[in-house]
Design a protein around this ligand. Structure first.
Ligand SMILES: Cc1cc2nc3c(=O)[nH]c(=O)nc-3n(C[C@H](O)[C@H](O)[C@H](O)COP(=O)(O)OP(=O)(O)OC[C@H]3O[C@@H](n4cnc5c(N)ncnc54)[C@H](O)[C@@H]3O)c2cc1C
Length: 381
C-alpha cells in the first residue's frame, strides 16, 4: 500500500498510495467497518527506521514522516471535530481553494465511530448559513425537508399548560435530524477532497520550540487499564498543519487546554462560559398523533424558579418526535437530577398522551453553550 523512502530522498515525490484506500467514502459501509484497519495499516511504522513518505491524492499532496517516536502526516489545515462547525470550515476552505485555483490539503479528525455519531440530532434548523455555504442544498438533496408549521410556547405548572405568545420566530426554519445533516455535510466535504478520519480522537496539542501550535496527535491505542501496552498497542499519529482549527463543540478538551495555556479568556476579558445539559430522546409515536413541523418549547415545571432551562418537542417526519429537557448547569439545588426532571416532564398531563404507546428509538445527553457570543469570545491568537 505504501512505499518507504529514506529521509535523504524526501524530495522525491512518489505517488504511493492507492486513492481507493484514503479516499474511500467514509459513508460506505465498508469504510465504517474498515476505517480503523485501513488507517492503522497506513499509519503502521515502517520496520527499517526513520524516513518519510509523500502521498499524492485528489487534492495536492501531503507528506508523511516518522522522524520522532510517532508517525507524522503533514497537511495545510488540520481540523478537529466533524460537527457542523468543523465540516463547514473544511467545505468553505476547499471552495475558496477552487475559486483561487490553489490546492490546500485539509483533513478532519472525528472521535465518533462515524461522522454524525456524536451529534445529538432532532433540532430546529435555521438555514441561512447553509444558504450561504451551499446555495443549492435543496437540489443536492440535503436532509432538510420538514418546514416548521407551528410554533408553540407553553408555561407548565405541575398539572396545567398555559399557552403563551412564542418568543421564537421559526418561520422559514426546518425540523431536522442534525446528525443526518452532518453526514451529508461530510459527503460534500469529501467530494471537495477533504480527508475525514472518523474513529480517531485528537488527544494532544503539538507545539514547536516557539510554543506555536503545529497540529495534534491522536490517542494511543491498545493501552490496558493499568497503563501497560497490550499486544495491539499502537502509538498515536501526529497530524501537523500549517493551520490547526479546533471545532470540538461545547467545552472541547483540547480547546480548554489551549485557552488555559495561552490565558486567552483573561487576555480577551471574555466572560466565563456558562453551560447547560441537554437530555434528549427520539420517539416513534402513533401515526394519528404525528404533526410534522410542529414545534413546542416549554418553561416552568418541572424546574423551579431558580433553575434556568426548559423543554423542547419537535415533530419530525416518519412518526418521529424529538423530545428533551435542557437544564443550565449553574443550578443551585445540589439534589437536582436533570435526568429525573426529564422523566417527570414526560409524565406531565399535557405531554404524556403524545408519548403513550410510543417507543424510544434513540437517547442521549450532551452539554451545550449558554454563554453570550460577544462576551465569551476569547482573545485571538
Ligand atoms: C439537546 C440539544 C438540543 C439542541 N437543539 C438545537 C436546535 O434545535 N437548534 C440549533 O441550532 N442548535 C441546537 N443545539 C445546539 C447544536 O447542537 C450545536 O450548536 C452544534 O452542534 C454545535 O456544532 P459544533 O460543530 O460546534 O460542535 P458539535 O456539534 O458538538 O461537534 C463537535 C464534533 O467534534 C467531535 N470532537 C470533539 N472533540 C474531539 C476531539 N478531541 N477529537 C476528535 N473529534 C472531536 C465530536 O465528536 C463532534 O462530532 C442543541 C444541542 C443540544 C445538546
Amino acid at each position: 500500500m505504501y512505499k518507504f523512502i529514506s529521509s535523504s530522498s524526501k524530495s522525491k515525490l512518489i505517488p504511493l498510495l492507492s486513492n481507493s484506500i484514503l479516499y474511500k467514502s467514509a459513508y460506505s459501509s465498508n469504510w465504517v467497518s474498515n476505517s480503523r484497519n485501513e488507517i492503522s495499516k497506513f499509519f503502521h511504522k515502517p520496520k527499517n527506521g526513520n524516513g518519510s513518505l509523500v502521498l499524492w491524492g485528489q487534492s495536492g499532496f501531503r507528506s508523511y514522516s516518522s522522524e520522532s517516536d510517532r508517525e507524522t502526516m503533514n497537511y495545510d489545515v488540520v481540523i478537529v471535530g466533524a460537527g457542523p462547525a468543523g465540516l463547514s470550515a473544511a467545505i468553505k476552505l476547499k471552495q475558496v481553494c477552487q475559486q483561487k485555483d490553489v490546492d490546500l490539503s485539509v483533513c478532519v479528525v472525528e472521535k465518533g465511530a462515524e461522522v454524525g455519531a456524536h451529534i445529538l440530532s432532532g433540532n430546529v434548523f435555521e438555514p441561512r448559513a447553509l444558504d450561504e455555504l451551499i446555495p443549492h442544498w435543496k437540489e443536492e438533496e440535503a436532509p432538510i425537508d420538514v418546514p416548521v408549521t407551528s410554533d408553540n410556547f407553553w408555561l407548565l405548572t405541575e398539572n396545567r399548560a398555559f399557552s403563551l405568545p412564542s418568543p421564537f420566530d421559526n418561520k422559514g426554519n426546518y425540523v431536522i435530524s442534525l446528525s443526518q445533516l452532518v453526514r451529508w455535510l461530510g459527503q460534500k466535504a469529501e467530494e471537495l477532497g477533504v480527508e475525514i478520519y472518523p474513529g480517531f480522537a485528537a488527544s494532544e496539542i503539538l507545539c514547536n520550540e516557539h510554543n506555536e501550535v503545529t497540529g495534534i496527535a491522536t490517542n494511543d491505542m491498545g493501552v490496558a487499564k493499568d497503563g501497560s501496552r497490550k499486544e495491539n498497542y499502537q502509538r498515536g499519529v501526529a497530524l501537523k498543519g500549517r493551520v490547526t482549527l479546533l471545532a470540538e463543540g461545547c467545552r472541547g478538551s483540547l480547546s480548554e487546554k489551549l485557552i488555559k495555556k495561552y490565558n486567552l479568556r483573561e487576555k480577551g476579558q471574555g466572560q466565563h462560559q456558562t453551560y447547560a445539559l441537554g437530555i434528549k430522546e427520539v420517539w416513534e409515536i402513533d401515526a394519528d398523533k404525528q404533526q410534522p413541523g410542529y414545534v413546542l418549547h416549554t418553561l416552568g415545571w418541572p424546574l423551579d424558579q431558580k433553575t434556568y432551562g426548559g423543554s423542547f418537542l419537535y415533530h419530525m417526519k416518519d412518526r418521529q418526535v424529538a423530545v428533551g429537557l435542557v437544564v443550565a448547569l449553574d443550578y443551585q439545588n445540589p439534589f437536582l437530577n436533570p435526568y429525573e426532571e426529564y422523566q417527570r416532564f414526560k409524565r406531565h398531563p399535557a405531554i404524556r398522551p403524545l408519548l403513550e404507546g410510543g417507543t424510544v428509538l434513540q437517547y442521549g445527553a450532551r452539554s451545550l453553550n449558554e454563554g453570550g457570543f460577544q462576551f465569551s469570545l476569547v482573545e485571538q491568537l
